[in-house]
Design a protein around this ligand. Structure first.
Ligand SMILES: [Zn+2]
Length: 163
């Protein structure tokens, strides 16, 4: 089963990797909020067991920073906000300030996925992506970082799960 970005052996696995994929979007936002805008995606890999996210940063994260990142993601999960998308031309999408992966080749028309509170207009995550995603953040369950390590000069790797 191949739904573009996500690969899964069956429907059951697809549900899990979809949750982990949505969690990856929130994780990237949380990293930038906690560590600053120099954080950029360097890679991503998702299996039915865990998500793995590589990002640019030049030192080990402190336990306080890891807790702050987890807490922020779980705050968005608890808020149960909508995860929806709009389609628009690539250039326009970049101008909205949505995050994108520099190594990725995008089509001329892209989807911009946002985790947003539709009542207040507050946006927690906005990213170019093919999907699929959960429709509400509460579907993720509890987010937990299981490992943080270096994978080369200036690149860190986080492994995380949803429970
Ligand atoms: Zn995505």
């Amino acid at each position: 089963m191949d739904t573009g970005e996500l690969k899964a052996a069956n429907e059951e696995e697809l549900k899990i990797v979809t949750r982990l994929h949505t969690a990856t979007h929130l994780l990237q936002s949380a990293l930038r909020k906690t560590l600053g805008d120099t954080v950029h995606q360097a890679g991503s890999d998702i299996t039915a067991e865990r998500l793995r996210f590589d990002f640019t940063f030049d030192r080990k994260l402190t336990p306080e920073e890891i807790k702050e990142i987890e807490d922020w993601v779980n705050m968005v999960v608890q808020k149960d906000v909508s995860m929806g998308y709009k389609e628009m031309p690539y250039e326009e999408a970049i101008k909205t300030g949505a995050l994108y992966f520099e190594k990725e080749k995008y089509p001329a028309v892209v989807k911009v996925y946002s985790a947003a509170d539709l009542k207040t207009g507050e946006v927690f995550s906005k990213e170019l992506c093919g999907g699929p995603h959960v429709s509400r953040t509460s579907e993720l369950g509890r987010f937990k970082i299981t490992k943080e390590e270096s994978v080369g000069a200036g690149v860190r790797r986080i492994r995380a799960i949803v429970e």
